[in-house]
Design a protein around this ligand. Structure first.
Ligand SMILES: Cc1cc2nc3c(=O)[nH]c(=O)nc-3n(C[C@H](O)[C@H](O)[C@H](O)COP(=O)(O)OP(=O)(O)OC[C@H]3O[C@@H](n4cnc5c(N)ncnc54)[C@H](O)[C@@H]3O)c2cc1C
Ligand code: SF4
Length: 481
């Protein structure tokens, strides 16, 4: 155990952020320095529970009490080893994860939970600074070849596991850069791309080969994939977006979030001078109250929007844990993300009925709604218009694209339209596996990494017959509810 009295004597401290007026002037991460001594005190709050529910909350089964104790004892190097024992990319989860481990922390029953995410990012940052993270090259090569389609967190985790297991792994990515949503979806202010690039360098040094601008199923046919590689991992994500087919949808100025965010990310990366979809001086409305919507809010503020309004059809969630999501489940709460700290207005229980304009959108017609019999019904007399020069749709994703790749490979889909797989993550086509959002549906980075690791175990067993790689989750595992 770390500090036996830590949870009694030390209050939780949340990660500090840079002042809003400063961070709105750049694209850099919003987080500020915390200091390793303060981190150690936070780690000291961990009770080293007999049954650590933080493990259950985390799909990776992160060894949280172990690294908390090691940080408290000032053995950061050993903490970094334990952290990497279950997670290939702790800096992705340390910056981006909504931390279901903290929602499940036993201390959270009657106090603020341990700042697990803060400890995680501090360990991995220090490990990079100290040079403890180096390439892990395979001890023996198997001569087997694997193609990983898609380079998001699921594909990268699968590729790293399989390369280290001795296979020749090529990652094929249709975009012009590696990283999936980490590269062009999630903004720089949530995770700087240098964190991703540093990992890719490590993976290249280990032997993983990356090929960009390759649309698998088109540039390389399904038949070529099957004949050129001993196994294929489909990790193409759930990129088919949900639309809003209401009057005026064809007006210019109405975009999908994933049309808007990648361009802004390219500006932040210095690849474009100015985004063709820029919010400067505009009244911006974001439809959808989730993470993707918050990313649009933060991006619009950095671009100099005149106003930013985020609309959500669901009612405003409560500020404290509701009875419907008791500990240790992940509660539906009113959360203030870094983007929301920076301004804008959030409107709940509202539905958009029309995009108004002549050629270009000028306003949105809205109505308040209430839930009735599992549907949202308009509240009479609440119809109104709000100004809108730029609208982004952030309403989630409906599953993988039904592309030539899936059709030509002939993989079965499940009843939700995701790629179906068995217990070993193998699809209906022998030797073809799937991991991440493509098989699970829209999810989280921590699940994508867990999926990539587990699918790699399935591939390794298929290619060699051995069962040595970790398999943190089964394809049917779901968050605690
Ligand atoms: C804007 C946004 C913000 C988010 N923020 C968070 C967050 O803060 N925290 C969090 O935990 N989760 C977040 N998520 C969810 C998270 O990013 C995803 O769950 C995760 O990235 C899924 O990983 P993946 O590897 O399965 O797929 P993806 O990251 O979607 O990667 C799939 C890759 O496959 C490529 N691909 C697809 N088809 C082909 C093909 N035929 N040939 C070659 N390449 C192909 C795509 O170009 C893409 O690069 C966010 C999602 C979005 C959209
Ligand atoms: S549940 Fe919380 S207090 Fe218990 S071991 Fe995990 S982090 Fe520590």
């Amino acid at each position: 155990m770390a500090d036996p009295k830590g949870f009694l004597t030390t209050p939780r401290e949340n990660a500090p952020s840079r002042p809003v007026f400063l961070r709105l002037q750049d694209w850099r991460e919003v987080y500020d320095e915390f200091g390793n001594e303060r981190v150690a005190k936070q780690a000291g709050r961990c009770m080293d529970c007999g049954i650590p529910f933080c493990h259950q909350g985390c799909p990776l089964g992160n060894l949280v009490p172990e690294w908390n104790t090691l940080v408290w004892r000032d053995d950061w190097r050993a903490a970094a080893e334990r952290l990497h024992a279950t997670n290939n990319f702790p800096e992705f989860t340390g910056t981006l994860c909504p931390a279901p481990c903290e929602a499940a922390c036993v201390l959270g029953i009657n106090q603020d939970p341990v700042s697990i995410k803060r400890v995680e990012i501090s360990i991995v940052d220090r490990a990079w600074d100290e040079g403890w993270i180096t390439p892990v090259r395979p001890v023996a090569r198997t001569g087997k070849t694997v193609a990983v389609i898609g380079s998001g967190p699921a594909g990268l985790a699968a590729a790293q596991q399989l390369t280290r297991a001795g296979h020749d792994v090529e990652v094929l990515e249709r975009a012009d850069a590696i990283g999936g949503l980490l590269r062009y979806g999630i903004p720089e202010f949530k995770m700087e791309k240098s964190r991703l690039d540093r990992r890719l360098e490590q993976m290249r040094a280990e032997g993983t080969v990356f090929r960009t601008n390759v649309n698998a199923g088109v540039d390389v046919t399904a038949a070529e994939l099957r004949s050129s590689y001993d196994a294929v991992v489909l990790a193409g994500g759930a990129t088919a977006w949900r639309d809003l087919p209401i009057p005026g949808r064809g007006l210019t100025g109405v975009y999908q979030a994933m049309e808007y965010l990648p361009l802004a990310n390219k500006v932040a990366a210095g690849l474009l001078d100015r985004s063709p979809i820029d919010a400067a001086g505009k009244h911006v409305v974001v439809i959808g109250g989730g993470d993707t919507g918050a990313d649009c809010v933060g991006t619009a503020h950095r671009q100099g929007a005149a106003s930013v309004t985020q609309l959500e059809i669901m009612p405003k969630p409560p500020s404290s844990r509701p009875e419907s999501t008791p500990w240790p489940t992940y509660p539906m709460l009113y959360r203030v993300s870094s983007a929301h700290e920076e301004g804008g207005e959030r409107v709940y229980s509202v539905s958009t009925t029309e995009f108004v304009g002549e050629g270009h959108v000028r306003a949105l017609r809205l109505t308040d709604v209430r839930a009735e019999g599992g549907r949202f019904v308009p509240v009479p007399g609440t119809e109104r218009e709000i100004p809108a020069d730029l609208v982004t749709l952030a309403m989630g994703f409906v599953g993988p694209e039904k592309s030539a790749l899936l059709g030509d490979l002939g993989v079965d889909l499940d009843d939700r339209g995701n790629v179906a797989r068995g217990a070993d993550f193998q699809t209906s086509v022998p030797g073809v596996f799937t991991a991440g959002d493509m098989g699970r549906g829209q999810s989280l980075i921590v699940w994508a990494i867990a999926e990539g690791r587990a699918a790699a175990a399935g591939v390794d067993a298929y290619l060699t017959g051995r069962r040595v790689l970790p398999r943190p989750i089964a394809p049917t595992d779901r968050p605690l509810v």
